[in-house]
Design a protein around this ligand. Structure first.
Ligand SMILES: [Zn+2]
Ligand SMILES: [Zn+2]
Length: 340
């Protein structure tokens, strides 16, 4: 079965699960591990069955819980090389790292992984699940996939060689495994094929995706300043389209953001407005998707009704029981999974 579950969407955190065949992928990890696991529980998704995490870009609302979640589950993270490097820099801001030093760090981490191939997930203490100190709504639902089988002895004798991967404090950039992909080059994770495409956004190497599994095609495009031809090309013949509808232009203009931030959001490498999303839906989109999900809505500069009305107007005559059912992704609650 193919399923698409949005766990969170918006400037405070983004995360979605795409399942197909035997494979389940987490797309971005923008909430704390603990909160991600809580949302998965609410949405009927089991964290322990995830196979990989793919990252669209290094902005905090897409990677906030990345290291902890990947470590906890012991699963690989897929990045572009430039995004991996930008993420590494974000986590180690005081360290001026040359490209050569960065390569050296990657080599060292790969060697550490080789030395300890199996132990990643069982070594992480639950308390490490929320290093960013994010607000946690339900502390009961901790990041428990499975109890650690062997709790490491408290306080190794000094001088003892320490087994296992470095702790988050020792190396916050350590991941159980890292895989690289490139925009424009499709690749597979298990039963799911991913086609990453470049989006115009102010990050190192931001991408959107088309996921394909069991003949179902799902498009994922948020965090883009406008929709260039290469993106239009990708967002065709989809069964599901998740598209950014970030802000209402008037609300942004009159809203609380400082001028520089408004300029950034409005720029060609910022975010899609309701009008820009609607313009695509009426003129650039082929109308074939069964579901259209509006995503990454701003809490300060948008209202769900405004985004919905703009998209509904654009889809006039195309919405039916079978096509273009319109949904709005939410910041604070998961959407129920969409199955095909
Ligand atoms: Zn974002
Ligand atoms: Zn972004």
């Amino acid at each position: 079965m193919v399923r698409f579950t949005v766990l969170a969407s918006g400037s405070k955190g983004n995360s979605t699960i795409v399942s197909g065949g035997q494979t389940r992928i987490l797309v971005d990890a923008g909430l704390s591990c603990r909160e991600l696991f809580r949302r998965m529980k609410l949405a009927g998704e089991d964290p322990s069955t995830l196979d990989a995490i793919v990252v669209t870009h290094e902005h905090q609302d897409h990677v906030n819980g990345l290291a902890v979640t990947a470590r906890k589950l012991g699963i690989p993270v897929y990045f572009t090389e430039a995004t991996h490097r930008a993420w590494t820099r974000w986590l180690t801001p005081r360290r001026q790292m040359t490209y050569a030093q960065w390569l050296e760090l990657c080599r060292k981490q790969a060697a550490e992984r080789q030395a300890e191939p199996e132990s990643a997930s069982s070594e992480i203490a639950v308390e490490e699940c929320d290093p960013a100190g994010n607000p946690i709504e339900n502390t009961e639902a901790a990041c428990m996939v499975e109890p650690a089988e062997t709790s490491s002895p408290a306080g190794d004798a000094p001088g003892c060689a320490k087994a296992g991967p470095p702790s988050l404090k020792e190396d916050p950039t350590w991941l159980p495994a890292v895989e690289y992909f490139q925009a424009g080059e499709p690749f597979a994770i298990g039963d799911i094929t991913l086609s990453p495409f470049t989006v115009p956004h102010d990050a190192a190497d931001p991408v959107g995706f088309v996921f394909r599994a069991e003949g179902v095609r799902m498009g994922y495009a948020t965090d883009l300043g406008y929709i260039p031809p290469n993106v239009k090309e990708q967002l065709r013949a989809l069964d599901l389209l998740l598209l950014e509808s970030n802000h209402d232009l008037e609300m942004l203009r009159d809203g609380p953001y400082p001028w520089a931030v408004k300029q950034r959001v409005l720029s060609r490498v910022g975010h899609l407005s309701n009008d820009a999303a609607a313009e695509f839906l009426s003129n650039g989109y082929d109308g074939q998707a069964a579901y259209v999900i509006l995503a990454h809505l701003s809490e300060n500069n948008n209202l769900p009704e405004l985004a919905r009305v703009a998209a509904e107007r654009a889809l006039v005559g195309r919405a039916s029981l079978l096509a273009n059912r319109l949904l709005l992704a939410e910041q604070h609650h998961p959407l129920s999974g969409i199955s095909f």
